[in-house]
Design a protein around this ligand. Structure first.
Ligand code: ZN
Ligand code: ZN
Ligand code: FE
Length: 739
């Protein structure tokens, strides 16, 4: 007899795909089987051509929302007849399949969680084929219970019945569990002593009392406390050595509108299975402590996405700090022992977190939402490449660290791994890389890294016995955005950034390139300014301001907050040209202007002073202000006139908000003029925006608006971050074109 074999590749495991196929086969009265293989899902059916065509069309049109079909092949195959349609055991074979990201609790499970009559009423690990942990519990593929951290929890008869019923929502839901058979919550104190009380009720009580509780979640621990309690926030900031960097808060949904401005699109994003953190304007009347996001008009907020969150939040405890459970810039913790001393208590459980990931972060803009951190809910979903690659490792940079592994036209970007070159970050990096290689069956034949010699990732790439291509940081930024849009033609590529090693050993970050993947030529850059002390100065913007003013021959006596010993130190460094780097970084220009205005002389997190400058404009639109002066030369955008004008405005006591706004206007103006010049000589009108500065909403929105007004087609990063989180992607693309 002739059977039809259908092979489907994509995200088709762990999201109810086989039950969907099963129901569809029953509906069409088809006989045969479906199974998970390590390359996806395989179906064999016996039926007339017409019915099979309907079957295939319905697979394409009606599949579960979380499924992504990349590839479907249909072939004839000889075989025995079947008497029914069944779901067969998984096959392990060659080829890689894709793994589903973790999915937020679905509305059906939420209803059951809150229904006193339901078998899983108040059960903190409720899930189904439409929701629940996936990536975070998987040890190996194919995705089946024995290959997950659920393997030590044998199902009870109630769960087993649902698991085996093809018409049930939990049919083959691998993490299915209930209070009779599944993982259990427990609350322990700082000495690991179990507190023999209802863990949820006790946690709520402790948080209300002003305690800090470590909560084991999906991709790792959160450090949790009451977001309206300034006292506990003071303590938390001290413990975390984190004086200013904003914390995200999880909000009881009915009260969200009391705190932030949100539109329908915002609600959709928050309620999606990804359930990311969204950065929204805070309402003036908000009861949130000012210590949550000091000097910041925005709040990073998210909704409960795991059952335990739904059980903790209520109208009597609606606003919780839920910050990644880590020590400063280190990877997120998966065990309470890593957070000793940071938390008073731990709400934890006995299901191990196999794969860690932080919460993802999204910034809405006037044009499109842009991603700031691509992690839980997105990973390990692949990104489609604009070219066919050999198996390649993109080692990444250092801040907002990720790596990328590619094969053919698929690229797997790792979760956010940390923000430093520390030992812990390195271990997490190597561990995650080993897993990605194993799961997706990629053994790199080519490696790409940054030009910066002292990055942990550069040293790692050099240690591999593989052909190595070093990619300039800002070319990687531009290429990553080109890849997002599948562009394969010449563009004008803008990289406005903090720091990146240039081909001339200067520190770049204000670059405009022209070209394609083969060659990106640096057409314009901001003129070089002195950066005394390199990284040290980056933490002390006041020193940058002093150095820039001195280099421009401008009187510095108006500078506030410059210590006398700092002034002498920097002056000596400049005079002797000792440890002074040249930089074209736009990020440093932001720092410098910010410090000239007396904002932060010293910063405690990356981009703090640039953010302060953006917030200072507070609604004063740059386009309604006059620009400062600048000169565009052969290859340089001269910013000394701008610095001179800013200094004059400060001396003339011009409103600081106006100065900040004029500064933003000037950046937009010199960019548009430079890009217009390039179009005149090259005829290229596609413009790519990239680099960390594009996280400045004002700069991004004004650039898009003005460039479009000038008839440019503008591409900006949306599904990959503008920051260094996507450097690895750009490295892979360029290395494959240039090898
Ligand atoms: Zn569900
Ligand atoms: Zn059970
Ligand atoms: Fe960068």
């Amino acid at each position: 007899m002739r059977m039809t074999e259908i092979k489907i590749n994509g995200i088709v495991q762990g999201i109810g795909f086989r039950p969907f196929i099963y129901r569809l086969a029953l509906e069409l009265d088809l006989k045969g089987y479906v199974l998970n293989s390590s390359s996806g899902v395989e179906i064999v059916v016996d039926g007339s051509r017409d019915v099979i065509n309907t079957f295939i069309n319905k697979i394409r049109s009606d599949h579960p929302a979380a499924a992504i079909i990349n590839d479907m092949s249909v072939s004839a195959k000889p075989g025995e007849g079947f008497s029914s349609f069944i779901i067969k055991e998984s096959l392990s074979n060659k080829g890689a399949t894709l793994m589903s990201p973790d999915l937020a609790t679905c509305p059906d499970c939420f209803q059951e969680l809150k229904n006193p009559g339901d078998h899983r009423y108040n059960y903190p690990f409720i899930n189904c084929t439409n929701c629940g942990p996936r990536f975070s519990i998987i040890e190996s593929l194919p995705y089946d219970r024995p290959a997950t951290s659920m393997k030590t929890f044998p199902m009870c008869s109630y769960c087993k019945r649902e698991y085996k019923d093809p018409l049930n929502r939990r049919f083959h839901a691998q993490p299915v569990a209930c209070s009779d058979c599944g993982p259990e919550l427990v609350i322990i104190d700082g000495n690991d002593e179990i507190i023999d009380e209802d863990p949820i009720r006790k946690t709520i009580e402790l948080i209300k009392e002003g305690k800090i509780v470590g909560i084991k979640g999906i991709g790792g621990f959160h450090i949790c406390c009451d977001a309206t309690n300034t006292e506990v926030l003071q303590r938390l900031r001290k413990l975390k050595y984190r004086p200013h960097k904003p914390f995200a808060i999880m909000i009881y949904p009915p009260l969200l509108q009391n705190i932030v401005e949100i539109d329908k699109d915002g609600w959709d994003v928050l309620r999606s299975p990804v359930a990311p953190i969204l950065i929204l304007p805070q309402k003036k009347t908000s009861v949130i402590s000012p210590l949550v996001a000091p000097d910041n008009p925005y709040l990073g907020i998210f909704l409960p996405y795991a059952p335990v969150h739904h059980l903790l939040l209520s109208s009597s405890l609606p606003y919780l700090i839920m910050t990644s459970g880590n020590r400063r810039d280190e990877p997120i913790a998966s065990e309470e022992s890593e957070l000793k001393g940071l938390c008073d208590f731990f709400l934890t459980h006995n299901r191990p977190i196999i794969n860690r990931s932080d919460d993802s972060i999204i910034l809405p803009t006037k044009y499109k939402n842009v991603i700031i951190r691509r992690s839980r809910g997105y990973i390990p979903k692949p990104i489609t490449m604009p070219l066919v690659s050999v198996p390649t490792l993109g080692a990444g940079a250092e801040l907002k660290l990720t790596f990328a592994l590619s094969k053919k036209d698929s690229l797997f970007l790792s979760p956010y791994l940390g923000n430093s070159g520390s030992r812990e970050t390195r271990e997490f990096y190597l561990d995650t890389l080993a897993k990605y290689k194993r799961w997706f069956k990629i053994e790199p034949e080519l490696v790409a890294c940054d030009l910066q010699p002292d990055f942990m990732t550069t040293r790692y790439a050099e240690s591999l016995d593989l052909p190595l291509v070093k990619i300039q940081h800002h070319e990687a930024h531009v290429a990553a955005v080109m890849a997002e849009y599948q562009i394969d033609e010449p563009v004008i590529g803008i990289a406005y950034d903090g720091t990146g090693w240039g081909t001339d050993n200067a520190i770049w970050g204000g670059e405009i390139f022209v070209g394609d993947y083969h060659k990106l030529e640096r057409y314009y850059h901001l003129n070089y300014m002195p950066l005394p002390g390199g990284d040290r100065a980056i933490k002390h913007p006041i020193r940058i301001a002093f150095a820039y003013l001195t280099a421009a021959g401008i009187d510095t006596t108006f500078l506030k907050n410059l210590q006398e010993d700092e002034r002498i130190l920097i002056q000596k460094q400049l005079e002797r040209n000792f440890n002074v780097f040249n930089t074209s970084s736009l990020g440093r220009l932001f720092d410098s202007v910010s410090a000239m205005l007396g904002l932060y002389p010293e910063i405690t997190f990356e981009a703090q002073s640039a953010m302060a400058l953006e917030f200072l404009t507070s609604g004063i639109l740059p386009r309604e202000q006059k620009p400062y002066s600048f000169n565009i030369g052969e290859s340089e955008i001269d910013i000394i006139p701008l610095i001179r004008d800013v200094a004059a405005d400060i001396k003339n006591k011009v409103d600081q908000r106006i100065i900040a706004s004029r500064f933003h206007r000037t950046v937009v103006d010199f960019t548009v003029e430079a890009v217009n010049n390039i179009r005149k000589s090259t005829n290229i009108s596609k413009v790519v925006l990239s680099g960390g500065v594009m996280q400045n909403r004002l700069i991004l929105e004004e650039l898009i608006r003005e460039l479009r007004k000038n008839n440019f087609t503008v591409f900006f990063p949306t599904i990959i971050p503008a920051n260094d989180g996507s450097i690895a992607l750009g490295q892979v693309v360029l290395a494959n074109k240039r090898i």
